[in-house]
Design a protein around this ligand. Structure first.
Ligand SMILES: [Zn+2]
Ligand SMILES: [Zn+2]
Length: 259
């Protein structure tokens, strides 16, 4: 599985993309930075997008992606994959014919640009060559993590993409399974803003250390951090280095990870 980091920041500034990962060129996790990063031909190869939650920093370039694909005329829809509640929010607040066109009925309801696919947390779905399972996490709105298995065989490696979250349990139990090679998890704020992190459903480095304690396995997966507020990047990185965990890596935009 090849994971390309299109955007890994918790704030947007020139050169700093919002959350978006591209798996094997065909499956996105979130859409904070897609059309501002990918060439049109690369955008046209995207078949599925896994949406963790409907906050704007995770979906904002879904609107421009839909618009671009409308004129690319590739003949197959872009599947927007999310729990039913998240899809309802996208339909009501974005693709509502007022803020943005309803691309699930354009150019026609029979052959639209977008189709929505509701997933039930805990149930695996096959998306192309990948197997995907949503798991609820704890943020201020309905949010899920996605466990992505690189195939259906029992030996296939897996990666876990944890959406915005504060302390949570269920997904760490899955991330602790041996097939999981990589965990992508937010660390948005420094310790001095711990109260704000709790209020807004995010993690500090100290929270992250407590979360990693839930993995319960000797050989931990590689841990990739993202969604940092840029104003506090140095402070957060210092606190992370003090954790002294060699498996922890801070992501950069454009990085490619193979598992
Ligand atoms: Zn959020
Ligand atoms: Zn966010």
């Amino acid at each position: 599985m090849e994971i390309r980091v299109l955007g890994c920041h918790g704030s947007q500034l020139p050169g700093c993309g919002l959350t978006s990962f591209l798996i094997d060129g065909t499956t996105l996790v979130d859409a904070g930075a897609v059309t501002s990063v990918l060439a049109l031909e690369e955008q046209a190869r995207v078949e599925h997008i896994l949406v963790t939650h409907a906050h704007l920093d995770h979906i904002r370039e879904l609107s421009s992606l839909a618009d671009n694909l409308c004129y690319f005329r590739r003949g197959t829809p872009l599947w927007v994959v999310a729990p039913e509640g998240v899809i309802a929010q996208l339909r009501k607040h974005i693709f509502n014919g007022a803020i943005w066109p309803d691309f699930s009925a354009i150019p026609s309801a029979e052959n639209p640009v977008l189709r929505f696919m509701a997933v039930r947390p805990g149930e695996a779905s096959s998306l192309g060559h990948l197997r995907v399972t949503a798991i609820p996490v704890h943020h201020t709105v309905e949010t899920v993590a996605y466990v992505v298995d690189a195939g259906t065989g029992s030996g296939a490696p897996a990666a876990v993409f944890i959406g915005d979250t504060g302390p949570t349990d269920e997904v760490w139990a899955v991330a602790g399974q041996d097939r999981v090679r990589a965990v992508f998890v937010e660390t948005s704020l420094p310790g001095e803003l711990g109260d704000l992190a709790r209020l807004t459903g995010h993690l500090t480095p100290a929270d992250l250390a407590a979360e990693l304690g839930k993995l319960g396995r000797a050989n931990q997966p590689q841990i990739y951090l993202y969604h940092m507020k840029i104003q506090y990047l140095n402070e957060i990185q210092q606190e992370i280095s003090l954790l002294g965990n060699v498996n922890i890596h801070v992501l950069s935009d454009g990085q490619v990870i193979r598992i």
